[in-house]
Structure formats: structure tokens, C-alpha cells
Design a protein. Structure first.
Length: 89
């Protein structure tokens, strides 16, 4: 997916590794956050992250579909959307 936003194959693999490594601590913190914040606020926060993820990925795809040639911007939006999605999971 990130390659369709203008990234090279090695750049996309590096970005995916960073996204997964960055999301790993959130899996460890999830039980503590549930007890500390509560389930309802956490679910609302996750829903917000998912909406943000789809908005950023949609914006990145729009840039590619309209052939606006902003590959750096579409790559950055794709990475930011992927990070939001990883944080939501």
C-alpha cells in the first residue's frame, strides 16, 4: 500500500518495520490504560484514531489518484495513517 503512495520498496519495508516497532509498546500498555482510563473513553479514543487513519489514507490515495505528483506528501500521509491504525489496534 505504501508503495502506491510513491515510496520505494525498501522505504516501504522500513516504514512498516518502524510502524510495527512503534506499536508494540502500546500492546503492553493496553491493560494498564483500560484500568487507568476506563473502557468507554478508550473505545472512543480508538474510534477517533480509526477515523483519522481512514481520513489520512484517503487523502494520500486522493493525491495519487488525481496524479498531483506530491509523492512526499502522499507518503507522509500514508505513514501517518498507518501509525494511527497501529495505535488503534
Amino acid at each position: 500500500m505504501l508503495m502506491s503512495f510513491g515510496m520505494t520498496q525498501s522505504g516501504a519495508m522500513f516504514a512498516i518495520m518502524l510502524i510495527l516497532i512503534g506499536g508494540a509498546p502500546l500492546c503492553v500498555l493496553a491493560p494498564w490504560l483500560i484500568e487507568r482510563i476506563g473502557r468507554r473513553p478508550l473505545i472512543l479514543m480508538v474510534c477517533g484514531l480509526c477515523v483519522g487513519e481512514w481520513a489520512l489514507l484517503g487523502a494520500a490515495q486522493f493525491i495519487v489518484d488525481m496524479e498531483l505528483h506530491y509523492t512526499d506528501l502522499s507518503s507522509a500521509l500514508g505513514i501517518a495513517g498507518s501509525i494511527m491504525g497501529q495505535a488503534a489496534c
